[in-house]
Design a protein around this ligand. Structure first.
Ligand code: GUN
Length: 295
């Protein structure tokens, strides 16, 4: 069997064209959705991610601002920048690019993420929005999991009644992913570093989402024939080549559909972010009720 390759680039383009109409409606009311990114330090991968986010925003005619701060920045300075963006009416969405510099510890990072106004939290990292997701209430959903849900929808497989296995339990991907799949009526298993016999768990899955950060860890022998395999990983292999968490070439011989790396989940994360910024602006403009598209 040869799997369908789920082209995240093409689907993200489709999402952008859907958004263009909504942006047009906002523009008719004199509203330009605004995204602000706080980028602290000089992590090269973060700089690239932020550039992609900025470019997508500008391509869609959004207002985009990047607040660049040095690696030695004090948490209080980052906090002051967040406060200013919270108060700025031209900004509908704020994201603090992670990781923050090494001098800012996990507790301080948590406090800074919680400082973002939950109504501008387009990353969906604020506990208020995570809580809304748990409660099944409208709120911002983290961009990567919402992008993955769209990829699964495009595979033609309805999660309802299916068994989904999420590998990874991060607050940014694994946990929200599991909750979205659950909301879509899948039976969900979350696997992690202490899960015994991971291959056996994955073999039971109709839908696999791999978000572990280990190059080509998920093998073809783990995959149920016809399964949908979503690869969130973004790693470098021993030769320095970009690759995901899935051994894509081999898995594609067994799976029904698989996402490539690059060009799978990555563009969909950006599309999910754009969707969140537009929704934030619609909410403030009173175009939509206080309701979100939790996919
Ligand atoms: N670093 C890696 N991925 C992300 C993301 O989705 N959002 C933020 N803010 N930082 C990241």
């Amino acid at each position: 069997m040869s799997a369908r390759i789920l082209d995240g680039k093409a689907i993200a383009k489709q999402v952008e064209s859907e958004l263009a109409q909504r942006i047009g409606a906002l523009s008719a009311r004199g509203v330009t959705p605004g995204l602000a990114v706080v980028l602290a330090g000089d992590d090269p991968a973060s700089a690239i991610y932020v550039k992609h986010k900025e470019r997508a925003a500008l391509r869609l005619g959004l207002h985009a601002r990047t607040v660049t701060l040095p690696a030695q920045v004090e948490p209080s300075t980052v906090a002051a920048e967040i406060d200013a963006l919270n108060a700025d009416d031209a900004i509908h969405g704020i994201l603090v690019q992670l990781p923050l510099p090494a001098g800012i510890g996990p507790e301080e990072t948590r406090a800074l993420l919680q400082r973002v106004d939950p109504d501008k939290d387009v990353d969906g990292f604020h506990p208020v929005n995570l809580g809304r997701l748990v409660a099944g209430e409208p709120g911002f959903v983290a961009c990567t999991p919402s992008g993955c849900m769209r990829l699964i929808a495009e595979s033609g497989v309805d999660p309802a009644g299916r068994h989904a296995v999420v590998i990874g339990r991060s607050v940014i991907v694994g946990k929200p992913m599991a909750l979205l799949l659950l909301a879509a009526d899948a039976t969900v298993t979350i696997c992690h570093s202490r899960t015994p016999d991971l291959p056996a768990q994955v073999r039971a899955a109709d839908i696999v989402v791999a978000a572990v950060g280990r190059a080509r860890m998920v093998q073809a022998s783990w995959i149920k024939p016809g399964a949908v395999v979503i690869d969130v990983g973004m790693n470098r292999d021993a030769d320095g080549r970009l690759c995901g968490d899935v051994d894509t070439r081999a898995v594609a011989e067994v799976a029904g559909a698989v996402t490539p790396v690059p060009g799978g989940v990555g563009p969909m994360t950006i599309a999910g972010l754009m969707q969140n910024v537009v929704w934030a602006a619609e909410r403030r403009a009173g175009i939509v009720p206080n309701a979100a598209t939790v996919e």
